[in-house]
Design a binder for this molecule. Sequence first.
Ligand code: 26V
Length: 792
Amino acid sequence: MKTDILNRLKYSQGKDAENASVYDWRIALSLVLRDEMVETWFRSTKETYAASPKRVYYLSMEFLIGRLIEDMISNLGLEDTARKAMEELGQDYDTIVHDEPDAALGNGGLGRLAACFIDSLATLGIPAFGYGIRYEHGLFEQSFAQGQQVEKPETWLTQRHAWEFERPESQYSIGFGGHVDHHEGKAYWHPTEVVMATAYDTPVVGWRGMWGNTLRLWAAEPSNEFDLESFNRGDYLAAGRSEALARTISRVLYPDDTTESGKELRLKQEYFFTAASLMDLVRRYLRDHDDIRALPDFVAIQLNDTHPAIAGPELVRLLVDDHGLAMDEAIDLACRCLSYTNHTLLPEALERWSEHLMGRILPRHMEIIRAIEHAHQTEFPNSPRILEHGDVRMGELAFVMAHKVNGVSALHTELVKETVFADLHRIHPTRIINQTNGITPRRWLHGCNPALRNVINDQIGDGWVTDLEQLSALKAKRGDAGFVDAFSAAKRANKVTLSNWIGETIGVTLNPDAMFDVQIKRIHEYKRQLMNLLETVALWNDMRDNPNANWTPRVKIFGGKAAPGYFVAKDIIRLINDVASVINADEVTGDMLKIVYPPNYNVTMAERLIPAADLSEQISTAGKEASGTGNMKFALNGALTIGTLDGANVEIREHVGSENFFLFGLTAAEVMERRTHHGFARAAIEASPRLQRVLGQIAEGRFAPHDPSRYHGLVGMLYDHDYFLVTCDFDSYFDTQRRVDIAYRNTQNWASMAIANTASMGWFSSDRTIQGYARDIWNVHSLTSPKLEKSA
Ligand code: 26V
């Protein structure tokens, strides 16, 4: 490996060992690893062509991958070799691997789920492609200025991305705009704007290099004919402008995971990657099949939320306009290929496009959407409309064009049936099914937590990495003092490592024996970071009232970004930072209470924080968090959860046992009922002296003395609207936190509960989730482990 690395340094980076930077070494190492993967990748591709099986195409606007280098090294089983090689070359291995920037091509849970899924598909040996967009700029970089969020463009691609292969031969023209002609029953779309989609492939190799799939991301480039006219006229400025316009499509990830809607560029991004992916998969299919009507036997297309929902009309367009099928037959065929995952019930996140915009950008698709609507209304008169109030409702479109629609946790799926798609569910009662989310154990235990991984391996070997249910063997070891001590020591070591990092990065000194209480996720009102903060202030008050009592020391750790236009979320960030300044400087509470909020939360930061957490905050308003997946990562790494009955918390609690889970708050049904009470928030505040006091302090400027009215809006909102019932759940949350305090003081029992969590999380592997999709939705099979599949 040393020779390979030196060769890569010389011939690919053009550097010798004397002049190489950390970056050069990292690229050299990455290219050597990539060479290794290519072997697996070619073999898998050959086997797939030979077997001609049904394949999965996972269409996702987001893939939140993070760093790849450690994944690649451990999937290939080269940890020791790579470390030794780098060290013998005089390089610090950890510095080298930590040099890789995160691929932050996603906002949060939805994109990270896609990344876990492609890892599981490769590990399970299921032939699959992930299709998405190669954004030049991923999710913005966050910093704080006087406590306020500041966004800066993210620039991962200014460095060489060593994992990908550009495929200039895999290019498709994607049209926009123009008009449609009809001749003798046939439609001809004449777009006015054409953009090229160029493929960039990243090999996705599963555990121990048994199988490799492809993540194919599309970049937008000007077509050759692009504004040739201006160019020939010598108007290079105009030609350059339209060239820039084309590249705009894959320039940047939209950072609003809820509110931003109706933006023309966003619609173009959605169509751009969906159309390129469909043309690509149809072309691959036709290379070794000649009957387009058999497409559903060989192709399963999963839509990750409605973002690629234009796939329905686009596939119909290809089948009718290019392959001559009749409209009704094409719709039926497309349905049998497509399935759709719903990830949110929040009304503001449900996509709609005005018919006007859709008709202007995609005139042929607008005709086809009307045909789909007509066909569905003919078969099911009075069924809910795809077209409503001049809008195309993408959820309804995706539902109607899919043979299966799934929710992402048991509770969420029931709510999908009862709320957003209640009427469609009545018409298609077997279409909605549940597939509870999961996480990949490769990254979220084996990779991020070597200390705990080694303790587990010493007890039960490493079979759990691909068969997470094996962790249940740890349940029996809860009485084994040696094991319990080793488990606790691993957690303590992770907390020390994190404390050092926090000290270095934000200059706050932490006591590693304090309880590390962590809430990391996007900042959203429904996730209720504000409730966590109010509880922190209330605890601080109690500590100051009675400083000599036997308090359980706590560190409250926050992490997360707010959408740039989400002003309430940004106010919450500022308040967390303001409160942190006051509390961290308080000598009365000192080490008993600290608040830290390291900026720019991302996948890599999650990998640092989760292994060091004692307590996992999963406190969303019941009914609002579709699943959550951070909740699973924490429990797997031996943190206990304080949480509501929301999303996958419900199932986590069932698996780990109610005695190992701190439950509080209203249920989804109670939430809906409470909202009907006039003045419910004011009543809740009046009933809680503790909450009143905290809100009073914030309102009178205790945490912003130079700008005392700073949080009047936020506090006023809690009194008057409080749509997410922070006030109603506050007391129950506070009391439960005090139970957590008491439980934490019994270190032996806490360790035992933590072990129960780790040992019970086997079911939450994304391998289990993917096997569910493969069986219930896709009807696809593993090419590496048919036996394993039968036993599952
Ligand atoms: C929506 C939009 C709307 C327009 C602009 C950009 C944009 C980007 C993303 C989204 C999707 C939001 C939905 C989402 O991320 N849902 C999360 O999915 C996770 C995986 O299933 C789940 O664990 C979380 O509970 C759920 O909030």
